[in-house]
Design a protein. Structure first.
Length: 182
């Protein structure tokens, strides 16, 4: 009988050792997965930021008065550049301009226009978590927080009002100004 128990104990020890090895591999894989997720999130944020900057630059290019180039060589060089119309030394970029009479939503990047459209169509004040699915984003905490920061930016620049914390409505200044002009 003793040899059967010894054999079972030896097999149990081997199984325990294998479980420990697999747990160590799993911990290493989980760490690698987390690092890969963080890298993916950084790339997503970078892509979205570049898209916003490029949208702002193209909006500025369509509203800015055209200047005569210094020479035809400079004009040809700029036209062939993938960054044609972009200044080479951008010190600061204002993605969302301050609202002023005559400035339409077409001056805003696409995502901001979508947000304003959702709020304009809403029957009352709207929260960020209600807007996110309506603009085609997944309702994750990161997307909601990103949208909330965009909403706050729209409030700061006069496009929206936030009468109560977290509740956003179209700006009364805009609606009053536009209703007076009609």
């Amino acid at each position: 009988m003793g040899s059967l128990f010894e054999e079972l104990e030896a097999r149990e020890a081997a199984a325990r050792e294998r479980v420990e090895e697999l747990e160590a591999e799993l911990a290493d894989l989980n760490e690698q997965l987390e690092e890969a997720r963080e890298g993916l999130e950084r790339l997503r944020i970078a892509r979205e930021t570049v898209a916003e900057v490029m949208a702002e630059m193209s909006a500025d290019a369509t509203t800015a008065p055209e200047e005569a180039p210094e020479s035809d060589a400079v004009a040809n060089e700029e036209a062939s550049s993938p960054y044609a119309g972009a200044e080479r030394r951008v010190m600061g970029v204002l993605t969302v301009p301050k609202w002023r009479p005559g400035l339409g939503v077409d001056a805003l990047p696409r995502v901001y226009r979508d947000i304003l459209e959702v709020i304009a169509d809403a029957p009352g004040p709207v929260r960020a978590k209600q807007i996110v699915p309506r603009i085609g984003l997944a309702t994750t905490a990161g997307r909601i927080e990103g949208t909330r920061s965009k909403l706050k930016r729209l409030v700061e620049r006069g496009w929206l009002d936030e009468d109560e914390p977290g509740l956003f409505t179209p700006a009364r200044l805009r609606t009053t100004a536009s209703s007076n002009s009609q």
